[in-house]
Ligand binder design. Structure first.
Ligand code: MLT
Length: 406
């Protein structure tokens, strides 16, 4: 048997699995301590009543002869596609067709799978620090070559640090694809209309695909930050957009997301013009049987008037927590970013500590879990991420504990 050595050569574990293992190890050593988890971006508030009711009504209807449904449509039920178009795009003045929306089980899967549309030797660029899924999914199939001390030999990394205002400097030698996340995971910083416009123009000029991860768009408070890349002129020719119900409607456990691939997004190969949406459809139909009916009913409920009001309250709760973290840590003298258009606060570790040392110190001395910046890439070294996805009480306690530790 010959196995995939690219997979075998990867780092030991997925970042959040590695953190979970370290925390579990510590908990065994130190059982009496109560740990506050501001590490993985997992929501803590329950599904809202309207969404939970739609979910359970649909599940119960599946137990009746008239309500039973078998395989869902591959790309999603029309009722959900229409709700997405009506609620997430029409208010922005963005027109999207039903055939351009593809429902799936997660933005993690979609951003991980989208690389299957690219050639085996396509050149990939990511911002650094970066959500590890974009890199891992390309590394696993061998597209990035060998692992190096700071990344992969064929990976183009565009540092986003305080020095460049967390917006990437774009290379002249353009890659085939650039992964962009705004509001950004992990830095919590968001690209303005002007910054995104600049990147879209560059991508069009170079024939680069932008994989735009908009999983955190519900957290945007600044009117100058676009909610969709398709608000930017020309983006329909160069971008796909991945969105999620996880961080707004609390679907991290339910699983539902969607990706928009515009009709204008094409590539030429062997003298043919090929739509990327057709490739994605072809790929998804072979790989998946879609998302279950109850889950899609729950997702659609989160987009109607009652659902939206409930979900805005969830997002406001997490944004208020982000503010508690940001204000508390800034007052304590730490340099912090993000947290305004995002549930993530990105801080500079004190006294130049390495991000894993800071992780260990907070875990052992404050019993607070965060995510070391180095886990998101070389440019994340010296930074640390905290999430706002906990209760207000735990958030306040975590901030107090951190302050008394640093
Ligand atoms: C995060 O915390 O960055 C994400 O929620 C983790 C993930 O999706 O794997």
């Amino acid at each position: 048997m010959r196995i995939n050595t690219h997979l075998a050569d990867m780092n030991k574990a997925y970042l959040f699995a590695e953190i979970a293992a370290r925390v579990a190890e510590y908990s065994k050593e130190q059982p009496p301590h109560e740990i506050i988890r501001l590490g993985i971006g997992d929501v803590t508030l329950p599904l809202t009543p309207h969404v939970a009711k739609a979910f359970s009504d649909a599940a119960l209807s599946m137990g009746t002869p008239e309500g039973f449904r078998g395989y869902p449509p591959y790309e999603g039920y029309d009722f959900l596609l229409d709700a997405i178009i009506r609620n997430d795009y029409a208010p922005l003045g963005v027109t999207i067709g039903r055939d351009e929306v593809f429902v799936s089980d997660g933005a993690k899967s979609d951003t991980g799978n989208i690389q299957e549309l690219l050639s085996a030797d396509a050149r990939i660029a990511v911002t650094d620090p970066v959500y590890p899924v974009y890199v891992d999914s390309n590394a696993m199939v061998g597209r990035l070559g060998k692992r190096t001390a700071t990344g992969y030999e064929r990976l183009v990394t565009l540092p986003c640090t305080a020095e460049n205002g967390f917006a990437p400097d774009l290379p002249e030698d353009a890659p085939d694809a650039l992964y962009l996340c705004s509001p950004n995971n992990p830095t919590g910083m968001a690209l303005t209309r002007k910054q995104l416009g600049h990147i879209v123009n560059w991508a069009r000029a170079h024939g680069t695909l932008i994989v735009f991860d908009a999983a955190y768009k519900a957290y945007i408070t600044d009117p100058d930050v676009p909610h969709s890349i398709f608000e930017i002129e020309g983006a329909r020719e160069c971008a796909v957009e991945c969105c999620s119900f996880s961080k707004n409607a609390g679907f991290t456990g339910v699983r539902c997301a969607y990706t928009v691939i515009p009709r204008e997004l094409t590539a030429t190969a062997d003298g043919r013009t090929i739509r990327l949406g057709d490739l994605w459809r072809r790929r998804s139909e072979s790989r998946s049987n879609g998302v279950s009916y109850p889950v899609q009913c729950a997702a659609a409920a989160s987009l109607d008037d009652i659902g939206r009001a409930e979900i805005n309250a969830l997002v406001s709760h997490y944004l208020a927590n982000a503010c508690i973290i940001l204000d508390g840590l800034k007052q304590a003298g730490l340099t912090c970013y993000g947290g305004v258009n995002s549930p993530y606060v990105w801080l500079k570790t004190p006294d130049g500590m390495s991000s894993w040392d800071f992780f260990d110190m907070l875990l052992r001395k404050a019993q607070v879990v965060g995510t070391p910046g180095a886990g998101f890439g070389a440019a994340g070294e010296g930074y640390f991420r905290l999430t706002a996805f906990n209760s207000e009480e735990n958030t306040r306690r975590a901030v107090e504990r951190i302050i008394s530790t640093i």
